[in-house]
Design a protein around this ligand. Structure first.
Ligand code: GRF
Length: 193
């Protein structure tokens, strides 16, 4: 099984997934890391771990469809089975969705459907909730709206700040994402045998 990771930023989830795969904890390998931002730190992290990377700038294309066609070509030439979004800050359009239907997942730092979109952690603090969390879901055309695969709660404590909450949420993400990705890889392996 082959994974492609899409990320626009720091790449801590991407790093954890690469390390898990390299440690033999996933039934698959990370074939490729793709970023829409050539300066994204995730690229250096993946390269340091010996993973192939590619930066593809959407602005180099006429439109989103052409950009996504390039993504699809890259994924197909690596024979990717599962596309894992890890801080990829773009909506997925019809070209990529139809080529990889049911094969694109995302992680989001809230208990969806609460707090979709940007700064889910800030939104949770603003709303003064006592519990937020992490969601892994299949990707559809909407913003953080696809079918939910797994969720974990993260309680807020007295005096919680953006920084403390972000740290707790990331710790949960780093455990949950490899576990769920591995489950999905197993399901796909089962379907193929
Ligand atoms: C994560 O919190 C994830 O839930 C959200 O973007 C963040 C990416 O963090 N989609 P990192 O780049 O993996 O550190």
């Amino acid at each position: 099984m082959k994974l492609a990771l899409f990320a626009s930023g720091t790449g801590s989830n991407a790093e954890v997934l690469i390390r898990s795969a390299q440690a033999g904890e996933l039934s698959g390998e990370v074939a490729l890391v793709i970023s829409d931002k050539p300066s994204a730190p995730v690229l250096a992290k993946a390269q340091a771990l010996g993973v192939k990377t590619v930066a593809i700038r959407p602005t180099s294309f006429q439109n989103k469809a052409e950009y996504e066609q390039e993504l699809v070509s890259r994924l197909q030439s690596e024979e990717v089975d599962l596309v894992v979004l890890a801080g990829y800050m773009r909506l997925i359009g019809p070209v990529l969705l139809s080529a990889y239907e049911g094969k694109i997942i995302n992680i989001h730092p809230s208990l969806l459907p609460s707090f979709p979109g940007l700064d889910a952690i800030g939104q949770a603090l603003q709303a003064d909730v006592t519990v937020t969390g992490v969601t892994i879901h299949y990707v559809d055309a909407g913003m953080d709206t696809g079918p939910i695969i797994a969720q974990r709660e993260v309680p807020l404590v007295e005096g919680e700040t953006h920084e403390t909450l972000a740290k707790k949420i990331q710790a949960v993400e780093h455990k949950l994402y490899p576990t769920v990705v591995n489950q999905l890889l197993h399901e796909k392996l089962g379907e193929e045998s």
